[in-house]
Design a protein around this ligand. Structure first.
Ligand code: CTP
Length: 413
């Protein structure tokens, strides 16, 4: 921890350890950070990803309240769930009261009761995520590893903790593959067998939860590897029979990454995944994943624009013609088509729209036109539109050009 946690985080962890001792509570670091510490993941030190998960044997909210009082943190407590979030400037800390989970039926959210650290580790997805580091003053830094997570890390294996794991919570199918591909691990033999056996249990998971897991996949460095592997295992087609994880997807995902900022990527990836879909196929996926309205519009627009691309390729178009053709589509849909289409005139037009045409504005505004004697209302609207068109087509460049054009247009109108 001393080597890999950023100084600020380390000091806070030590402080929490002291506060917990005063309250006679036992607190542990759990989850991904324990795994990544044991893997000596250098990205920990950079402090770029900092979400720490802590489990408290006792009362997590009480401990969080105490920590919030003595540090500059914003506290968000859920007393009913025994959980609390402490938000610092650069990172967040999640504190949860140790709990036991049972599943009334597959895919449902679990029933939660208070428990011990051992219970809390047993409810987790994989052995490599089911380890804890004690922050108690006695035994500070000691690893708690009841499911041989460390051995699995050494053998580079993803292993579930019990045979009902995937049927209890089939999101673990998607999670298993995400970790496998991120870490370059393998699915342990029995885990792989059970994963295949339980693929159909994905049907028990709500659209929102599947979509959330896909979003997590899309935050990975190389999501195409995860998508490809999910396809191989039959999990992708279980979500929608029309989804593919082939070389085309890999190439376009890679292209999207080279062009766009990380925050824009998840929506782009979603739209690339449906690029070969028909309208009915899209409708099915939208319903299955309960896709929000904005993304759903972008998906439909992606397809609508795709069918227009041949038209953009037939004859040379003026910039204003390109602008009027494309302005009705979501920019995301235009971006997707620019990435997905082959090099062509159409592709160049899409790029031109995205990088230039959509930002073109006239220099004159309504107030200035009034001063030139043009009255507000339909006449001014028309003048503004014609000025904009002239500017798009490079017929006017300066403000003086625009004034001249406006005055010459006005009497005609
Ligand atoms: N967890 C689980 N089952 C889930 C989700 C989460 O058991 N369906 C547990 C795992 O122990 C996991 C921890 O909760 O390590 C925290 O979950 P999350 O924040 O999603 O993942 P991290 O392990 O922190 O991994 P990363 O952010 O690196 O993907």
């Amino acid at each position: 921890m001393e080597q890999y946690l950023p100084q600020q985080v380390l000091e806070l962890v030590e402080d929490i350890s002291g506060q917990a001792a005063k309250q006679k509570q036992r607190v542990y670091l759990v989850g991904g950070v324990v795994r990544d510490l044991l893997l000596r993941d250098p990205s920990l030190r950079s402090g770029l990803r900092f979400d720490l998960d802590l489990v408290v044997e006792g009362d997590a909210v009480k401990l969080a309240q105490q920590v919030a009082e003595t540090s500059q943190a914003k506290l968000l407590a859920h007393r009913r769930f025994g959980t609390a979030k402490l938000r610092y400037e650069n990172f967040t800390l999640d504190l949860a009261t140790a709990r036991k989970e049972t599943y009334a039926k597959p895919g449902a959210l679990p029933t939660v009761t208070p428990g011990t650290l051992q219970d809390d580790l047993l409810r987790r997805d994989f052995s490599i995520n089911a380890m804890a580091i004690s922050l108690a003053s006695k035994g500070y830094g000691k690893l708690v590893d009841p499911h041989e997570g460390q051995t699995d890390l050494e053998h580079r294996l993803i292993r579930i903790l019990h045979p009902r794991s995937f049927s209890d919570d089939a999101t673990r199918i998607l999670r298993a593959v995400r970790y496998e591909q991120r870490l370059g691990f393998r699915l342990e033999a029995q885990t792989a067998q059970l994963l295949k056996r339980d693929i159909h249990m994905l049907d028990t998971i709500s659209g929102d939860r599947i979509r959330h897991e896909l979003e997590l996949i899309f935050k990975e460095k190389r999501p195409e590897f995860v998508i490809k592997r999910l396809a191989e295992l039959g999990a992708l087609s279980r979500i929608s029979p029309f989804l593919k994880g082939d070389g085309w997807i890999a190439e376009k995902f890679d292209r999207a990454r080279r062009l766009k900022k990380p925050t824009q990527l998840p929506s782009l990836y979603f739209c690339l995944l449906i690029y070969s879909f028909s309208v009915t196929e899209i409708e099915q996926l939208l319903a299955r994943l309960n896709i929000p309205a904005k993304l759903s519009r972008a998906m439909h627009d992606t397809l609508r624009l795709k069918t227009k691309l041949p038209f953009l390729d037939t004859s040379p178009l003026k910039p204003s013609e390109i602008y009027y053709l494309l302005r009705e589509y979501e920019p995301l849909a235009i971006q997707v088509n620019a990435i997905a289409s082959e090099p062509s005139m159409a592709q160049r037009y899409l790029q031109l729209f995205l990088t230039k045409l959509r930002y073109v504005r006239t220099s004159l505004d309504g107030e200035e036109l009034k001063r030139l004697g043009i009255s507000a209302g339909p006449e001014m609207g028309k003048v503004l539109q014609l000025l904009h068109k002239a500017k798009l087509d490079g017929e006017v460049r300066t403000k003086a050009d625009e004034k001249k054009l406006a005055l010459s247009l006005s009497p005609k109108l």
